[in-house]
Design a protein around this ligand. Structure first.
Ligand SMILES: *Cc1c(COP(=O)(O)O)cnc(C)c1O
Length: 392
């Protein structure tokens, strides 16, 4: 581990998680059992959705979601250009083509409904790959413009896949529904730097029975019955109805997830308070060409889960200078995210026209330390460092 005095993120694991792991270990049942069943049930209750299907990680969740909505060769999956690479990678994995959509603005880096509509119309006219699904991503835990996006996707019969990996526990205006329970299908990651963690782990959520059944089959080799059912004497044999995967979570991780879910609301509230304080301490930057994403949104977008604290420098040079100052001060920062169409593996495999806002954002963003236990004095240090480096 690099010697950062102030890390980018920090886990919140305590005696409850330790006890949950030991309880599960002592039970001798390590996969497809009661912990996972309970984790899924509790997650569905929390989200207000019909089905939750626990999986190995967030990328597996996205892969299953795209397969469940039927995305494959000849299809286009529209998605925001400012995102982690998972959705784009699994789009290619299912044989479809990623069509990148620009984001709204430096201070609202979520998918731009107007550009989405423009690109859907262009695909219809061009007769190229057929739009099959729209992925949205609630950047930093701030909701996308879901009502506008639904108004575009609904009449076209296009399912919305929510990459809600940043958004666990947050809500989306105007309905107040939890992120991941607004579109047709939601995807979560419980990787070690997210708002709730299981190490590796993820969840697919939906209220559509048919999509849930497809994900359930695809998650577990395409088999019709599971080890747990056979163990309980419910079934003697099984059929394989689709060529699936093993994307299951295990009992130890589900047990940790159940404890993390209990802490989620309190931890998200602490994250929100830190973000508010960052916005206050850094407000002066706005006069010098910086953007503080979502700081002007109020509750217009919903209640954020406050996963990330991004700031957007006026240009690449200022970003580089500030990133170096942070490094020297022992403060870990990051960059959410590099421009996906610029990655080697996407050359010639995606549509990446008209992405000026997202391209500039990816060159200018810096992500500051944010986690529930962040102290005010550490936060003061981060802000002092940034303000002095920004002033040059
Ligand atoms: C973390 C993350 C993923 C991938 O989740 P893994 O569990 O690491 O596979 C996908 N999308 C976004 C937005 C993420 O933050």
């Amino acid at each position: 581990m690099p010697p950062f005095r102030i890390p980018l993120s920090e886990v919140d694991l305590g005696p409850q998680e330790q006890e949950a792991v030991l309880r599960t270990l002592r039970s001798g049942w390590l996969s497809m059992g009661q912990e996972t069943e309970s984790f899924e049930k509790e997650f569905s209750q929390y989200l207000g959705c019909g089905h939750s299907l626990a999986v190995a990680n967030g990328t597996a969740a996205l892969h299953l979601a795209l397969l469940a909505v039927g995305a494959g060769p000849g299809d286009a999956v529209l998605q925001p250009v400012v995102n982690f690479v998972s959705a784009a990678n699994v789009t290619i994995a299912v044989g479809a083509e990623p069509v990148f959509v620009d984001v709204l603005a430096a201070d609202e880096p979520t998918i731009a409904p107007a550009d989405l509509e423009r690109k859907l119309d262009a695909l219809d006219r061009a007769g190229g790959p057929k739009p099959k699904a729209v992925v949205v991503m609630h950047y930093g835990g701030h909701a996308c413009r879901m009502a506008d996006i639904q108004a575009i996707c609904g009449p076209r019969g296009l399912p919305i896949v929510e990459d809600a990996c940043h958004g666990v526990g947050g809500t989306s205006a105007p309905t107040g529904r939890k992120m991941g329970n607004v579109g047709e299908i939601g995807c979560f990651s419980f990787f070690s730097n997210k708002n709730m963690i299981t190490g590796e782990g993820g969840m697919v959520t939906t209220s559509n029975d048919e999509l849930a059944q497809r994900v359930r089959h695809l998650r577990s080799h395409g088999m019709t019955t599971l080890t747990w059912d056979r163990h309980r004497g419910h079934a003697a044999s099984y059929d394989v109805v689709v060529n699936g995967f093993n994307y299951r979570i295990d009992e130890l991780r589900s047990a940790i997830g159940r404890e993390q879910l209990k802490k989620l609301d309190a931890n998200n509230a602490r994250r929100r308070a830190h973000v508010q304080r960052y916005w206050k301490l850094l407000a002066g930057l706005k006069a010098t060409g910086w953007a503080l994403p979502f700081s002007e949104a109020g509750d217009r977008l919903g209640l954020p889960s406050a996963h990330l604290m991004p700031v957007v420098a006026p240009d690449e040079q200022v970003r580089a200078r500030c990133a170096e100052a942070f490094r020297q001060a022992g403060i870990q920062t990051s960059l959410h995210y590099p421009f996906i169409p610029g990655f080697t593996a996407f050359a010639g495999k995606c549509r990446a026209e008209g992405l000026a806002v997202g391209r500039a954002f990816c060159r200018r963003v810096i992500t500051l330390p944010l986690y529930p236990q962040l102290t005010e004095s550490d936060q003061d240090d981060v802000c002092r460092c940034l303000l002095s480096a920004a002033a040059g």
